[in-house]
Design a protein around this ligand. Sequence first.
Ligand code: HEM
Ligand SMILES: Nc1nc2c(c(=O)[nH]1)N[C@H]1C(S)=C(S)[C@@H](COP(=O)(O)O)O[C@H]1N2
Ligand SMILES: [Mo]
Length: 377
Amino acid sequence: MPAPPLPRFSERLHDARTATAVGRWLGLGVLVCFLTGLVSHGVQTPPGWLAPLLPTRPVWGYRVTQGLHVACGIALVPLLLVKLWVVYPRLFVWPPVRSVANALDRLSIAVLVSAALLEVLLGLTNITQWYPWPFPFKPVHWALAWVLAGSLLLHVGVRLGLVVAGWRRVAGDPVEADRRSLLRGMGAGVAAVTLTTVGQTATPLRPLNLLAPRDPEPGTAGTTQGLPINRSAAAAGVDAAELTSPDWRLTVVGEREERLSLGALRALPQHTERLPIACVEGWSASAEWTGVRLSDLLRRVGAAEGASVRVVSAQRSGGYRVMEMPAGYVRDPLTLLALRVNGEVLSLDHGFPARIIAPNRPGVWQTKWVARIEVLR
Ligand code: HEM
Ligand SMILES: Nc1nc2c(c(=O)[nH]1)N[C@H]1C(S)=C(S)[C@@H](COP(=O)(O)O)O[C@H]1N2
Ligand SMILES: [Mo]
């Protein structure tokens, strides 16, 4: 069969060696995203065997892994665009399939490319808190991560020869100089998107933060008391009158049940700790928290050493209303029921009258507007 009038491409920079050179960086970015994603999944929704093993040190551990996840995720945008530009002429090869093996290979690449584009698009919309999809983010992002990892492994495995050859120098390669320019341009693209966003978690780069959706810089819209507000009291639909009423009580349930007023909480020994909030969406900020040690509160109601707890927010609905805290965080002296942040009484938006702050835990589990703490075992 004669070929239809397909577009023709000069070989320059659309060659396998260039695809491999770009692919190395792309593969590294995907690997970092995959591994840090596994960490996020494990820390946020640990299976039963893992929950007691989760470390509370370093206190900034999740801040680093999730900051890296979102930073590498953003860097994947220029990397993916360059990679697709290098290889897109392959869409037009004739004949489109040469054998069964070739058909399967091309099919697996279709899966790889779709999964990569979708994974990145989902991640980007999620960090801007825009949810245009009819499905929930997390389970889809999680499943796609495995599809992507599997199809990438297959893709690299099938081309192992080319990938290995790509590391070897070729004398007199006429494309070498152009390829180096392309990689430099790609590097500049990565640097640009990284430097203008990573300040949302890497404090010294805050002044460059032009594109990040959240900015912990005081004075920025949506930031008070030195912390961005992830979901305001109004957005969470909490009853401000109830939370600020003198009749407000915190219920703590163990062997006994106690109901403590805000005055009673303030009369207990207060501790001040510097701990970060590390949002799963990639921003983070450290703050100085003052309040009651969770372990002190639990000792008052006769909780056993090694207990885990359930924390219930005054928020009426939503995914963060109920939180379970494994024993390791519960017994940690840094885990506080915080009443103050950065020297001020918590604002309603930051969880007044009392919120949880625990070391090395994702922001989603730093429950605000705590109403009830129950010992589980
Ligand atoms: C190769 C690309 C990527 C892979 C393999 C990947 C993988 C993962 C995995 C496995 C998780 C854990 C999901 C769970 O807890 O069940 C995760 C979480 C997350 N990822 Fe990605 N990801 C990728 C790209 C991105 C990008 C580009 C962004 C945004 C720029 C992003 C943002 C997020 C966010 C915000 C979470 C936390 C979700 C939550 O806990 O609510 N990811 N990712
Ligand atoms: N009850 C409740 N607690 C919550 C949330 C929420 O929506 N409801 N959001 C969580 C998330 S995702 C983060 S990152 C932190 C942010 O705390 P901040 O708004 O005080 O900065 O609060 C956490 N605690
Ligand atoms: Mo968050």
